[in-house]
Every structure is written in structure tokens, then in C-alpha cells.
Design a protein around this ligand. Structure first.
Ligand SMILES: [Zn+2]
Ligand SMILES: [Zn+2]
Length: 328
């Protein structure tokens, strides 16, 4: 029996899950972002303005979903920080959980009447308890929570390894990769998986488009598999893990033959296809123009994930798939 993990019969939509507009410190309006990303073949953008949940769902149409989202900062008096993206299940939800007066930024005061921003009064800060409390409140209110750009935030393992309730780790933040040259962190994803986290991995632009330019745009994206391109379908696909991260390659299909216990990958032209397991179980194939590969599955391994690399060094990464998901 074929058990699809990336099902080619779904519609795989291109998504930027990290984006700033002029509602916070980005340059473009939400409408301009929609226009420019649609022109580049995107169907989904999460509008993640800093500390601000804005209902952008009026931008949704039959070819585009605008996710109501925000990026929360948890700060201390040092430069270290934690940034979390929150993706709302309800497109019209603009109630700011885990937000107190101390979390309101100056540009919010200048652009919006601060008393119009509805919040629960909890001032989040950079303590372990407060980070966990923020994630808990977010999950309770129906958000998916993503841990962003750990390198730029000066994070160490201690900052994320024991957190509960994360939906995703941002393994590539395109803007902070440009700024730091060190934001690609699939190794952190592996460390979290081996520590027992069950989460997906994503890439995001974190575009601010300063001065109207496109630096930071179109460099880190995801493909989300849906039956129909609607807000609720997109959110459900994200929650269910019908998503993979890429900055180039496309994974056309991924399935397990449950009788043979073999996994089959079909992809765009690649030079390296890799299976990564729980312990030192790395399997790979190399070639000039690979479009498929298959690997045996070890039943003693709790999960595997797949990496596809093209000749330009661009990569696609799946999430980890667990034995109980694909066993016959
Ligand atoms: Zn950030
Ligand atoms: Zn950001």
C-alpha cells in the first residue's frame, strides 16, 4: 500500500510565512505585498507585523490567502531576544494574547490609537516562564507558534530545547541570513527532533522591503498542500504538517510503500537526496540530474526526514515523519 506523505493530488501552494508591512516597520502596504508576491507565484502570505495582529483577510481571494498573524518579541535588558510568529486559526481574531502595555511599540502608538489595540494585559518578557506562558496562551487561543531566526536572536540551546507547544522552527530566515550569513539552521531542527520535539520546519523571508526594494524577498518559502485554497484549508494543512520548506527544489511526491517499508521521493532536478533519521542513520544518493530516489526504512527508527539539494546548493526539507503515520 502507498501511504502518501507529500501527496501529488493536493494543490501545493507557495507560501511566505514571515513578512512585514507598513502596519509595523515594513515598507509596502499589505495590498502591495499581495501584488508583488502573487506576481512571483505565491498563493499564501502570512502578514506577521511586529506585536500587531491585523485582520488582512479582506485580501483573500480564489488565488490568494492572507494569514492573520503576528511576530511577538520577548525582550530583556540584553540584546538577546526571542521572536515567535503566531498564525491565527480565526482570520478575524485581532485580540492580542500575551500582550501588555510594555509590549506596545512606538510605531503602534503613532499609527494607531493604543486603546484600540485589544490585549490581555500580560507583559511578556524574556524569561523561561514568560516564553512558555506566551506559547501556552497562543496555543489556547488557536494560534500555531513558530520559533524564529535563533542566530540573529543570539539564542543558545537552553533557550528553546525545553519549550513545549511549538508548531515550527524557522530553519531559514532569508533576511537575517543576508544580514548574518548564519541563519540556516537545519542542525537545530535535528537537535530538537532528537530531543523529542514534534514540529515542522519552515523557511521565511522576513522581508521589510526597506526603501521600496526587494532585498529580503522571495528567498525562503514553503509549499503547503491543500484540497482547496481557502483560509481554513491552509491553516488545517499547516497544523496537520502538510508543508515542506524550500529555497528552490520542489518535492513532487513522497510516499511509503508500507509492505516493502521503503520511502520513494520524486523531485525537481537535484544533485543530492538525503534521508536523515533519529540516530546516525544518514542515507543519500548523488547524481547530476536526480529526479527520484528510494530508501529503506528502519523500523527501529521513530522518524525520518528528507532533504533535496539542487546544483545551486538550494535545498528543500521535509518535516520529520513518524513511524505511526506511515506504518501499514
Ligand atoms: Zn524577528
Ligand atoms: Zn520578522
Amino acid at each position: 500500500m502507498k501511504k502518501y506523505l507529500i501527496n501529488p493530488n493536493l494543490r501545493w501552494c507557495k507560501a511566505n510565512l514571515h513578512c512585514h508591512t507598513n502596519h509595523s516597520d515594513g515598507y509596502f502596504t499589505p495590498e502591495e505585498i499581495k501584488k508583488y508576491y502573487k506576481a512571483k507565484g505565491y498563493q499564501i502570505v502570512a502578514y506577521t507585523d511586529h506585536e500587531l495582529l491585523f485582520d488582512n483577510s479582506y485580501l483573500c481571494d480564489k488565488d490568494f490567502v492572507a494569514l492573520t498573524s503576528t511576530e511577538y518579541s520577548l525582550n530583556s535588558d540584553t540584546q538577546k531576544t526571542i521572536h515567535l510568529n503566531l498564525f491565527s486559526k480565526d482570520p478575524h481574531n485581532t485580540f492580542h494574547i500575551a500582550t501588555g502595555p510594555k509590549n506596545i511599540r512606538e510605531y503602534h502608538v503613532s499609527k494607531y490609537a493604543p486603546n484600540k489595540i485589544k490585549y490581555d494585559g500580560y507583559n511578556r518578557t524574556l524569561t523561561k516562564e514568560s516564553v512558555q506562558e506566551t506559547i501556552d496562551r497562543a496555543n489556547k487561543a488557536g494560534f500555531l507558534v513558530q520559533f524564529n531566526h535563533p542566530n540573529w536572536s543570539l539564542n543558545t540551546r537552553d533557550d528553546y530545547i525545553d519549550l513545549k507547544g511549538l508548531w515550527s522552527l524557522e530553519i531559514l530566515n532569508y533576511m537575517t541570513e543576508i544580514e548574518t550569513g548564519a541563519e540556516y539552521c537545519i542542525n537545530i531542527y535535528d537537535d530538537m527532533l532528537r530531543h523529542g520535539h514534534k514540529l515542522v520546519c519552515t523557511m521565511g523571508d522576513d522581508n521589510h522591503n526597506y526603501h521600496g526594494g526587494f532585498e529580503g524577498s522571495f528567498g525562503g518559502f514553503n509549499y503547503i498542500g491543500v484540497n482547496k485554497l481557502t483560509y481554513s484549508e491552509v491553516f488545517k494543512a499547516m497544523k496537520d504538517g502538510n508543508i515542506y520548506a524550500s529555497n528552490g527544489p520542489i518535492i513532487k511526491s513522497l510516499y511509503v510503500d508500507t509492505k516493502e517499508m521503503k520511502v520513494f521521493v520524486e523531485c525537481s532536478s537535484a544533485v543530492n537526496i538525503i534521508l536523515v533519521g533519529y540516530m546516525r542513520r544518514f542515507m543519500h544518493v548523488c547524481g547530476k540530474n536526480l529526479v527520484k530516489a528510494d530508501f529503506n526504512i528502519d523500523k527501529d527508527e521513530p522518524y525520518f526526514r528528507i532533504t533535496v539539494k539542487d546544483k545551486n546548493g538550494r535545498v528543500a526539507h521535509t518535516r520529520a515523519y513518524y513511524l505511526k503515520e506511515y506504518q501499514g
